[in-house]
Write a protein that binds this ligand. Structure first.
Ligand code: SAH
Length: 230
């Protein structure tokens, strides 16, 4: 087993690299990839840069170039479900691209021919996350994550995303990573800690809580990796 551990921003993988201690850095496709062994398990870590295109490239590279056969994403998200507070963890059960719109042709939002509105995350990895949550005595929500190439900071946009996808949280990379993993038949898991609630104050909240939430997510992901190593 070789695990890809991905984030979008440097802050999202910094706690992971710190936990690994030593690693080998390889440059590929204009990005840095960090290879290491963690409790006997081979891992490759990278941050993609923000958005669907960069995250697609990185997920695909980790699988096709570095031969990873599982992918775990750790990062932050805007909360939509009012039960989600800053720092809370949410596991994606399924993901959708909220900005994929060919509704002019009668298709539902998030759909293109040959694709599907939602991509489901791996059930075994979700079960593993439940075991980890139980062991840590931590509450981890599960729900729908909507992804698009925009930082959402507007109630109206949020409401529209709920209307079409019934999403619980939103971010900018999860669904594109999901599409890559599904197409290449690689089990994947997307975890996010809430950094803001995607409203008018979102950018301020993000700046204040992004780093602490990124740590919460990264620590949980590394507990999962440790369990996978057993
Ligand atoms: N502050 C950064 C930009 C952050 S973009 C800069 O100036 O460079 C937001 C990042 O966090 C994305 O990677 C996205 O996945 C996640 N995210 C957190 N809150 C979000 C929100 N309200 N809308 C969209 N993405 C959000």
């Amino acid at each position: 087993m070789k695990i890809a551990i991905m984030g979008a921003m440097p802050e999202e993988i910094a706690p992971i690299l710190e936990e690994l201690g030593t690693y080998k850095t390889t440059k590929y496709a204009d990005n840095d990839y960090y290879e290491a062994t963690y409790h006997g398990l081979d891992v490759v870590v990278a941050y993609s840069k923000i958005g669907k295109v960069f995250s697609t490239l990185t997920a695909s590279t980790m699988i096709q170039h570095f031969n990873c056969d599982r992918l775990l994403f750790s990062g932050v998200a805007g909360g939509i479900n009012p039960s989600l507070k800053i720092g809370d963890l949410i596991v994606a059960t399924k993901l959708s691209q909220h900005d994929l719109d060919i509704t002019a042709f009668g298709h539902p939002m998030g759909f293109v021919p040959g694709g599907s509105v939602f991509v489901e995350a791996d059930k075994d990895l979700i079960s593993l996350s439940k075991e980890v949550a139980k062991e840590l005595g931590k509450t981890v929500s599960e729900g729908v994550i909507a992804t698009g190439d925009q930082f959402v900071h507007d109630e109206k946009v949020k409401k529209n995303i709920v209307k079409h996808f019934n999403a619980d949280a939103l971010e900018m990379e999860g669904a594109s990573v999901a599409v890559v993993c599904k197409s290449l038949d690689i089990p994947f898991f997307i975890l996010r800690a809430i950094s803001d609630t995607a409203d008018t104050d979102a950018s301020f909240s993000f700046d204040e809580f992004m780093e602490s939430s990124a740590i919460i997510s990264a620590e949980f992901i590394m507990k999962m990796v440790k369990k996978l190593a057993k």
